[in-house]
Design a binder for this molecule. Sequence first.
Ligand code: DGY
Length: 322
Amino acid sequence: MSKPRILVTREIFPEVIERLSQHFDVESNQDDVLWSDAELAERLKDKDGALTTGTQPINTALLAACPRLRIVSNMTVGYNNFDVAAMTAAGVQGTNTPDVLTETTADFGFALLMAAARRVTESEHYLRAGKWTRWSYDMFAGAEVHGSTLGILGMGRIGQGIARRGAYGFGMDVIYHNRSRLTPELEAECRARYVSKEELLAQADHLVLVLPYTPASHHAIGAAELAQMKPTATLINVARGGIVDDAALAQALADKRIAAAGIDVFEGEPSVYPGLLQVPNVVLTPHIASATVKTRLKMTQLAADNLISYLEGGLAITPVNQ
Ligand code: DGY
């Protein structure tokens, strides 16, 4: 019997390609060419499965062009590239990679929080530019992190990881808002208190966004929300671009409506709203919150395991539709 055929849409770890090749007839993209939607459809039309990086839209048009397709396995936890309803209607299984990147992403959320609040990159640029001529009492004085109020919008696994870091590591008072409230046990474990979105915006010294991107969370933080935050506050986004209105954020940073921001994800990335590049009080990183070698390998292996299990007659390990 011939092996199922799969497409790996972007460059991934060679050892995972090797493992996939033991199970499948693999077409890979180790030259990491950015295929157009039409080229992706052309390559995928005779495949049974795909391993994707969360950047290729899996929508009605693509599904219609790929009648053999049975599974699309994202090597990311976010799956806003999937039209889940269309995939379900077409009988295509979608999978993602929860859990394996939780702690790594929470680490990075904290790294951005620290860097933005304590003005790490802004002061480094100053030093590198040769502008440092003397010590002074208020040079790059930032906001306190320990003992401050940490706000978290979106309290899934990553939000809980950030809460634990803040509460246990930095003695922060942790407040959160989420579609649904955590159980009392989880709230106690995270030392986190549920508040309304308005209270969250008004009380947080540092607000971290970790909610999924859906039509409902589009521009959840815009000019009106930024206006409700403290002028000394820091905003961190390690979730998805599109949750923040980047133009409104750039304006709020320029006007010092809020003190600082740390942003890892952008609407329309890899393009970055030009206004954000102009303001000094923001730390900008290219969507790397889960990027440690170990974690990216685990994400890729889980994506491969989903394909192997499903295409060899088992269940998807981490399905996003049933
Ligand atoms: C994820 O896994 O969703 C990360 O954002 C990487 O894309």
